[in-house]
Every structure is written in structure tokens, then in C-alpha cells.
Design a protein. Structure first.
Lengths: 218, 286
């Protein structure tokens, strides 16, 4: 059943991986440093910011999709870029969803050994950037699972990407929106088969990540 | 402070529950003389009849008169039929003749009852780059103009009744969405496709009811209406209790009888006149 539309499925998997990879990378690049700052520094309004971030973690994907849609719609503030219904704008929506999760999880991870790391940094009279690097490198195993969580959210998300991506065949169709489409068509078995493929991909990414972190440990 | 918050939270939840309670069931103010033994009818239908507001407009009258409660599930015609095949509906209201005949021939449906019709329309940007307004008599001609000028066209691509009608109009010349950049296979519902067409300044085949009920938000207009190849027929089919378990056949029969009766006819004929200046659906007289 899956073999019959091999080419298209491979293309859909490709778009899915591309989208998830970029949204994970970007949201980790933004979110992890911010997460470290949330733990390592103290500043005014930190509690309020933490509350806002925790609230954003619960942002429903369709709402994120709607916000990004309204930004990029033809007459919207960013409409002139003509980016609606592209993979790029899907990545934007995903980052909006995932970055708060990355910030919050990173901050949680770093708070475990935060005190001792801060003392070490103080003792060695590290600057801000070196302190940041210390936090990130000391927690890299836990942070790799943060990264996997981000990837998992990205690859499994359907509401936002269908609004801003439009589920266009050969262009913005990803695994989740393809599954939704097949369900809407009434092809429940095929939809389930696609779901299994999605799970296998997630599993493969997990194995790859655990291999990488193990190598890092040795 | 904390106590106050707790009280507020509790009040909000109470209010939410109360609001839910008000919406569910047929409420206490309806007291039909004879409540049917099996009062729930499951109807599987397409998005166009439900989202255009026709069923929410018709069904309260039926429910009030008979004491039945109709649970409407709406999806594309493909999924709407599949749900019935899986035994999750008592009757279907769909618009794809070939699929309906298969449904009946396979024994899942009792009889196909053509019920009402309207017209598909072709909508597009006001500047009409393919020149359909003055140059096409029917949908097939309009489509070949769209293909000739390579104007952007949004296809449902979801095996819904509208998608099947579109494919039928293309005939042997269905564009290949992999090769042709202008032919976009969106794989979404009618509303989402119309939004996409509006964003991209593209053409789209749609049922008239859905277009008119969404028109205010769309940058599109009708470029072709009522060609001879654009008729859109909706049928009612009750599910076969001999083939499927747990079918509320009395309920299905009662609903079909009511929908094809005088009261519903009058209501359907009036539907849309006030808001859009023309009826959205026309009844098929036997």
C-alpha cells in the first residue's frame, strides 16, 4: 500500500524532516541561551517572564498558526514577503510554538547543577559568554533530550502547519497533514500506515541522537 | 487574595458548566407527544450542507416536531461515506453519484434518494486573468482557458464530492500537480481552499452555498455560474440495517420522510433568499 505512492511519500518525509530540523535548530539556538540566562542570571521581572514563558508553553498550535497566518496574509504586516503557504513560514510558526518549551526545559535542566556551576564560573572569573558555554557543555546530555523533545513536538504538530502551510501537494504537505488528509478522504488504513511511518522516523531520530550523545560521553 | 482567586476560578467553572448544559440535548422546553424509542439519529454528511448553515437551520424544526436528536458529523464525501461503511452513521447526505451508487451496490445503503441540487460555481480574482467571464459557456471551457493561460488553480485534492466533480470536468486533461506549478493540490476543505485562492489570486471550483457564506472574507468573485456541467446533486441514503449493526433505521426513515416533505421543502426554498438574494439549494421534485 505504501509502496504504491513511494515517490510522493519520500517527498513528504523530506519536507517533514526539513521543516522539523530547521524549526528545532532555530528554536534551540534562540531558546537554549535564553534558558541558561533564566537560571544563571537574576534580573528584574524574571518571575513575570517565567510565568509568560510557561503560559506560552501551553499556546494551542492552531492559535500560533493563526497568529503567523495573520502576520503573513496578503494584506498583513509581513504580507509583502509572499511567504504564506511555504515551508519557511511553517518553520516560523513552529519556532513560535517550540521556543518557549526549549527555554523552559533548558532553564529546568540548568537549575539542577546551577549553583555549583555558578560558583565554578565565579572561581575561574569567567565572563558571561564563558559561563554560558560552561552551562551548555556541562548539561549537554540533558540538553540533547530537550532538543529531541523540541524535534518531537515539531514533527508531530498539525494545527499550525496546516493553517500556514496549506497542505499543498509537492510543496508544504508534511506527514501530519497528509495523515489528516487521508483521514478526511476516508482512507483510514492508509492514514494509519502513514502514522506508523511517522513513528518509525521519530524512533530513528531518537536512536541517532542517543548514539551521538554516547559518543560525546566517551 | 488567594481565596478570592479560588472563588473566581470556581465561579468561572460553574459558569462554563452551566453554559455547556444549556447547549446539550434538546432541552426541557421541547415536549413532543411521543418520544421515540431510539431518539438519536447519526447523520454523516459533507461539509457543504453543514458548514453553509443549512442543517443547523433545518434540523431544530425536525427535532422539535419529532423528539429525535440528530447528531451531524461533517467531512468530505469520501470520509462521510467511509464513516457509514464503518457503521458509525444511520444515514448519509452526500453529493457524489458514483460513490453513492457503489455504497448502495455494496449493500451498505438501502436506496439512493436524490434530494436537492444546486450549482457549482467557478470563483476567481476580479481581474479574471484567464478571461472566463466573457469567454466561457461552461466549466469545461473555463478549465481549458485556465490551463491555457496557466492561471493558478486550487484543487481540493481530498476526494470530496467537489473534488470528484472537478476531476470529472477536467476529464482526460487533469493537470499533473507535480509538473504544473499553477495547479495546486491543497488537500483541504472548501473553506481553507477558498482562503488559499483568495490569498493567491487563484481560481477555484466551489459549491455556491459555501462561497456565499464565506464571501465577506474573500477577495474573490464568481466568474462562472450555472454552466450545463456544473449541477451538484445531493442525495439521502439510509444505511442498511441488514448489513450493519445498530442502525437506527426508524430514525433515518423519519428524517428522510421529513426532509423530503412539505415543511422542509418550504424551509429549504426560503433558505438564503434573505441573506444572499437567491436560494442556495433547490429541491428535486419527483
Amino acid at each position: 500500500m505504501l509502496l504504491s505512492m513511494d515517490g510522493e511519500i519520500l517527498q513528504i518525509i523530506g519536507v517533514t524532516l526539513r521543516m522539523s530540523f530547521f524549526s528545532t535548530t532555530i528554536s534551540c539556538l534562540i531558546g537554549m541561551p535564553l534558558g541558561v540566562i533564566m537560571t544563571s542570571s537574576s534580573f528584574r521581572g524574571k518571575r513575570t517572564i517565567r510565568k509568560i514563558i510557561n503560559t506560552l508553553m501551553g499556546l494551542p498550535p492552531v492559535v500560533a498558526g493563526l497568529i503567523v497566518y495573520l502576520l503573513f496574509t496578503k494584506y498583513g504586516p509581513l504580507g509583502s514577503f509572499g511567504m504564506l503557504f511555504t515551508v519557511e513560514v511553517m518553520v516560523v510558526a513552529q519556532c513560535l510554538l517550540i521556543t518557549p518549551v526549549v527555554i523552559s526545559l533548558t532553564s529546568g535542566v540548568c537549575s539542577v547543577n546551577g549553583k555549583s556551576l555558578l560558583e565554578t564560573a565565579k572561581g575561574l572569573s569567567f565572563g558571561k559568554i564563558k559561563t554560558m558555554r560552561l552551562f551548555l557543555s556541562q548539561n549537554r546530555i540533558a540538553l540533547s533530550s530537550v532538543m529531541l523533545t523540541a524535534f518531537g513536538r515539531s514533527i508531530a504538530e498539525v494545527g499550525a502547519v496546516s493553517i500556514v502551510g496549506g497542505n499543498i501537494q509537492w510543496k508544504t504537505r508534511v506527514m501530519t497533514t497528509a495523515i489528516m488528509l487521508e483521514t478526511n478522504k476516508g482512507n483510514f488504513e492508509f492514514a494509519l500506515a502513514l502514522g506508523i511511518v511517522l513513528l518509525i522516523i521519530s524512533f530513528a531520530v531518537n536512536i541517532l541522537a542517543s548514539l551521538l550523545t554516547r559518543e560525546g560521553e566517551e | 487574595m488567594k481565596k478570592l482567586l479560588a472563588v473566581l476560578l470556581a465561579l468561572t467553572m460553574l459558569f462554563a458548566f452551566a453554559a455547556c448544559g444549556g447547549n446539550s440535548a434538546t432541552d426541557g422546553n421541547v415536549t413532543p407527544d411521543n418520544v421515540p424509542a431510539n431518539p438519536v439519529i447519526r447523520m454523516s454528511t459533507t461539509t457543504s450542507v453543514n458548514d453553509s448553515g443549512l442543517l443547523p437551520y433545518l434540523l431544530p424544526a425536525f427535532e422539535k416536531a419529532t423528539g429525535y436528536t440528530v447528531e451531524v458529523q461533517s467531512a468530505g464525501t469520501g470520509a462521510a461515506i467511509q464513516k457509514a461503511v464503518d457503521g458509525n452513521a444511520d444515514l448519509i447526505l452526500v453529493h457524489s453519484k458514483a460513490s453513492e451508487e457503489t455504497f448502495v451496490n455494496d449493500g451498505y445503503g438501502v436506496e439512493r434518494i436524490p434530494f436537492m441540487y444546486n450549482f457549482f460555481v467557478i470563483v476567481g480574482p476580479a481581474n479574471d486573468p484567464a478571461g472566463i467571464k466573457d469567454g466561457a459557456e461552461n466549466a469545461a471551457e473555463a478549465f481549458s482557458k485556465i490551463a491555457d493561460t496557466k492561471s493558478t488553480f486550487i484543487s481540493r485534492g481530498d476526494e470530496s464530492g467537489t473534488h470528484k466533480a472537478e476531476l470529472k470536468i477536467w476529464g482526460d486533461n487533469v493537470p499533473d500537480s507535480a509538473a504544473e506549478q499553477w495547479y495546486i493540490n491543497a488537500g483541504q476543505g472548501m473553506g481553507a481552499c477558498l482562503t488559499m485562492a483568495s490569498e493567491k489570486g487563484a481560481y477555484c471550483l466551489t459549491d455556491k452555498a459555501t462561497f456565499l457564506s464565506n464571501k465577506a472574507e474573500l477577495d474573490l468573485e464568481i466568474v462562472l455560474a450555472e454552466g450545463d456541467d456544473m449541477k451538484n446533486t445531493y442525495s439521502l441514503i439510509e444505511c442498511n440495517p441488514e448489513k450493519l449493526d445498530g442502525i437506527n433505521i426508524e430514525g433515518a426513515k423519519a428524517l428522510i420522510e421529513w426532509l423530503t416533505g412539505d415543511e422542509a421543502s418550504a424551509l429549504i426554498a426560503k433558505y438564503g433568499e434573505e441573506e444572499y438574494g437567491s436560494s442556495l439549494f433547490y429541491l428535486i421534485k419527483e
